[in-house]
Design a binder for this molecule. Structure first.
Ligand SMILES: NC(=O)c1ccc[n+]([C@@H]2O[C@H](COP(=O)([O-])OP(=O)(O)OC[C@H]3O[C@@H](n4cnc5c(N)ncnc54)[C@H](O)[C@@H]3O)[C@@H](O)[C@H]2O)c1
Length: 291
């Protein structure tokens, strides 16, 4: 099959996407995959250096790219962002609300405070309200169709210790996604979420945090045997972005986790620390060959 045939199956060539937080990690992988699919790509990025890097990377591929330095937690910056997309492309077909962060807060909930909750709210949920509200009128003016994809986390679907408030705001994305899908379906706009497990990115340096002698356990914990990469989630976003591939999929979440959610969750160790990497050979009831 030729590259042109592959592109026409996806059906996104020439369409316009906006990816928030597209300067690193999953957002950047998504912006680059959209460019590969022939899309015109706008990126909103708070970090000037990352904005410059993704601009260079997209332009090198020949993509018609617009990179706007903006803090998507702020309503006035978001209005400026959507105006810039409108004046450059005159339309918007796909919005990826990718910004999100646990902000390095890892404490028991009783130790967390209101400043942390507010910061986690703004970076995980509030920006989605600002960007989505500003983007929908432009999406509607672009004709029937369109796709909104929100970055959630697998932790919205299971319990996680020490980042309780982060997980709570990510869980709220499920409700936002479902209810908005019900409202905007009448305009042909679909709303879905992608929920990754631990993925190597700018904020999570997953593989290097596991001591080399313990990396063997990754194969035991993840059915697919490894942490995620940005491209893993980007592939799911591309599927949900394409009306041709997922035109009847709305209000749902694609979990991108190497099978981990199906396999299990976090465990407390003897020293009271937490792990999600199995450390004990026997489980007490499964017969083993030598016992
Ligand atoms: N990496 C993981 O393990 C993982 C797991 C589950 C869910 N997620 C979710 O996936 C999404 C992407 O995560 P990632 O790990 O790729 O992130 P990342 O930190 O690698 O990249 C996020 C980008 O967003 C930018 N950004 C941050 N705040 C911004 C703001 N207010 N306005 C504009 N840009 C801003 C950052 O500068 C950065 O370039 C997030 O929603 C995250 O919660 C990530």
């Amino acid at each position: 099959m030729s590259a042109a045939d592959e592109m026409s199956i996806i059906g996104l060539a020439g369409k316009v996407a906006l990816v928030t937080g597209g300067g690193a990690g999953i957002g950047r992988a998504t912006a680059e995959l959209f460019a590969q699919a022939g899309m015109r790509v706008a990126v909103a990025e708070i970090d000037a250096e990352r904005a410059g890097e993704v601009r260079d990377a997209l332009e090198k591929t020949g993509c018609d790219a617009l990179v706007v330095e903006a803090d998507v937690r702020k309503g006035d910056e978001v209005r400026r962002l959507i105006e810039a997309v409108d004046s450059r492309f005159g339309r918007l077909d796909v919005l990826v609300n990718n910004v999100g962060d646990y902000l390095g807060f890892k404490t028991e909930f009783v130790e967390s405070d209101e400043d942390q909750w507010q910061a986690l709210y703004e970076v995980n949920l509030l920006h989605m309200f600002h960007v989505t509200k500003a983007a929908i009128p432009l999406m509607r003016r672009s004709g029937k169709g369109g796709s909104i994809v929100n970055l959630s986390t697998v932790e919205a679907f299971r319990g996680i210790p020490l980042t309780v408030a982060y997980a709570a705001f990510k869980s709220a994305i499920t409700g936002f996604t479902q209810s908005l899908a019900v409202e905007v379906g009448q305009h042909g706009i679909r709303v879905n979420a992608v929920a990754p497990e631990t993925t190597n990115s700018a904020q999570i340096t997953a593989t290097s945090r596991v001591p080399p002698e313990n990396r063997e356990y990754l194969k035991r914990w993840f059915p697919i045997g490894r942490f995620g990469e940005g491209a893993d989630s980007a592939g799911a976003v591309l599927y949900l972005a394409s009306d041709r591939l997922s035109g009847w999929v709305s209000g749902t979440t694609v979990v991108v986790d190497g099978g981990a959610l199906a396999a299990g969750a976090w465990m407390r160790m003897q020293d009271n620390g937490w792990t999600h990497l199995p450390i004990i050979v026997a489980d007490g009831y499964t017969p083993r060959g030598d016992k």
